[in-house]
Design a protein around this ligand. Structure first.
Ligand code: FAD
Ligand code: 2HG
Ligand code: ZN
Length: 493
């Protein structure tokens, strides 16, 4: 109910685009880049999970920053809502309209502008697909500072807008560090050209940081400069099994100590997640079929000396097995075996999507308590016949808790009521985060206060009013309703 009220309020100052607007937009982006037929619009209106469905009658595919600027200037002047959209792989409903906002799809803006191999950076447009960028920079001896299961579709602009984490966060850190420069267009069409690639630049407020993780509510990211690490010349991967989360955690401690500078990923999945991936995904098999385990951990090492890195990994595995905490394991012997192990981990989201209705929670909690939430949820949801899966980025303290029940979304209100708001309150009581990496989107504005204090939310509202005074950008997303006297349409002239 709170969410519906929030949407109504966010939309009440905006109007639907008319035929005249469509003609104006066509004069900016060209007839061929204006989509109006229901069939063409269907993928732009539906999110990856098929959970959130918008009702946009218009998607625009601009080809340049100047075109984005002119489209936004018109929408700002005319109070027309806009949803920036990248690869539409977001998992919180942020990338699709809540009503009939214009979808601004960045996919045509997919040019790599430069790669500097000496200093290690890339400058590219926002619509570049992550996997294409990875191939481009790999051919030049570098690697992207992020990797995620949606790499084949997600765009770098979407990654920046969500501050995506992923599988190499442990090694390369957040996009708040890797984004060196940014070009973004504000709601009124103003272009902020911050596209420098300087490593050091302490010249007052670092304005670009505002757009990283703002989920299209403060501006449209049109281009970026990213720091590129050198590609490691040696990469090795192991999958280890343990009988408890406590044993897995101790093993992670050993990994940090023994692998130190070569540790590049530490991911985990529980038995339910592994079984689901094996059942639902073609070609995915249990890598440790002889000994079912309660928990599994993928440990990757990357470096520049294959012999040294391999020896470190083997010594770590030996110590972990001798301790008794690891009861089975395998080290990938070649690229194909590594790819199969990664397919198992990266495929869990796809496998979950094939079970029916999935309630997703993307949580940060103190590492020692991370898996308690899965066990408590499992006990709580047992009477509802739900399958509960827990996996995620162990090294980052980030759990993906998924609750699956067969059937369509919202078919059974009792299931939803058994999970929410309990799960968000559980996280808040432990001062965790209700959104570790996927963002807030349309799914969580009503519970934002459980992770952020009122003065902080107040600053967020103030920034929104400053940068998007008419509230045209991604209405109903991220922010809860502003206090009565601060609603944008009250001060709109
Ligand atoms: P979209 O889904 O199109 O948009 C996401 C949000 O960003 C929306 O609010 C949208 O309005 C905004 N946006 C998009 N482009 C722009 C732009 N150019 N300017 C301004 N705003 C914009 N996420 C992780 O963090 N880690 C993971 O490991 C991970 N794995 C995933 C695996 C799978 C199989 C799937 C389906 C998703 C996964 N995700 C993950 C979630 C998702 O892929 C990321 O959030 C991704 O960064 C979204 O990129 P996108 O281009 O698809 O953006
Ligand atoms: C991952 O880490 C993604 O695989 C998706 O962030 C998580 O499906 C999910 O819950
Ligand atoms: Zn994740």
């Amino acid at each position: 109910l709170g969410a519906t009220r929030n949407l109504r309020r966010a939309l009440s100052s905006l109007r639907s685009p008319t035929e005249l607007d469509v003609q104006h937009f066509a004069s900016i982006v060209g007839d061929g880049n204006v989509l109006t037929s229901p069939t063409d619009l269907e993928p732009y209106n539906t999110d990856w999970m098929r959970k959130y469905v918008g009702n946009s009658k218009l998607a625009l595919r601009p080809g340049s920053t100047a075109e984005v600027s002119r489209v936004l200037a018109h929408c700002h002047a005319e109070r027309i809502g806009v949803v920036p959209q990248g690869g539409n792989t977001g998992l919180v409903g942020g990338s699709v309209p809540v009503a009939d906002e214009v979808v601004l799809s960045l996919g045509r803006m997919d040019r790599v502008l430069s790669v500097d191999e000496d200093s290690g950076h890339l400058v590219c447009e926002a619509g570049c697909v992550l996997e294409a960028l990875q191939a481009h920079v790999a051919a030049r001896g570098h690697t992207m500072p992020l990797d995620l299961g949606a790499k084949g579709s997600c765009q770098i602009g979407g990654n920046i807008a969500t501050n995506a984490g992923g599988l190499r966060f442990l090694r390369y850190g957040s996009l708040h560090g890797s984004v060196l420069g940014l070009e973004a267009v504000l709601a009124d069409g103003t272009v902020l050209d911050g596209l420098t690639a300087l490593r050091k630049n302490n010249t007052g407020y670092d304005v670009k940081q505002l757009f990283i993780g703002s989920e299209g509510t403060l501006g449209v990211v049109t281009a970026c400069a990213l720091a590129l690490p050198r590609a490691p010349s040696s990469v090795h991967l192991a999958l280890l099994g343990a009988d408890s989360y406590a044993a897995l955690l101790r093993t992670f401690g050993v990994a940090r100590r023994r692998l130190a500078e070569v540790l590049s990923a530490a991911e985990f999945l529980d038995r339910a997640s592994l079984e689901l991936a094996c059942e639902k995904l073609d070609g995915v098999r249990d890598p440790l079929p002889g000994r079912p385990c309660a928990q599994y951990m993928l440990v990757e090492v990357s470096g520049s000396d294959a012999g040294h890195d391999e020896a470190k990994l083997s010594a770590f595995v030996d110590e972990a097995m001798e301790s008794g905490d690891v009861v089975d394991g395998t080290i990938a012997q070649d690229g194909a075996q590594s790819a199969a192990l990664w397919r198992l981990r990266e495929g869990i989201t796809e496998a979950l999507g094939r079970t029916g209705r999935v309630y997703k929670y993307d949580v940060s909690l103190p590492l020692a308590q991370l898996y308690d939430l899965v066990e408590e949820t499992r006990a709580r949801m047992a009477p509802h016949g739900a399958l509960v899966s827990g996996f995620g980025h162990l090294g980052d303290g980030n759990l993906h808790l998924n609750v699956c029940t067969p059937g369509a979304f919202d078919a059974d209100a009792a299931v939803a009521a058994a999970i929410e708001p309990w799960v968000f309150e559980y996280i808040a009581e432990r001062r965790g985060s209700i959104s570790a990496e996927h963002g807030v989107g349309v799914m969580k504005p009503h519970v934002l206060h459980l992770s952020k204090r009122p003065p902080v939310i107040g600053v967020m509202h103030a920034l929104k009013r400053l940068l998007d005074p008419h509230g045209i950008l991604n209405p109903g997303k991220v922010l809860p309703p502003p206090p009565e006297d601060e609603r944008p349409w009250r001060s709109a002239s």
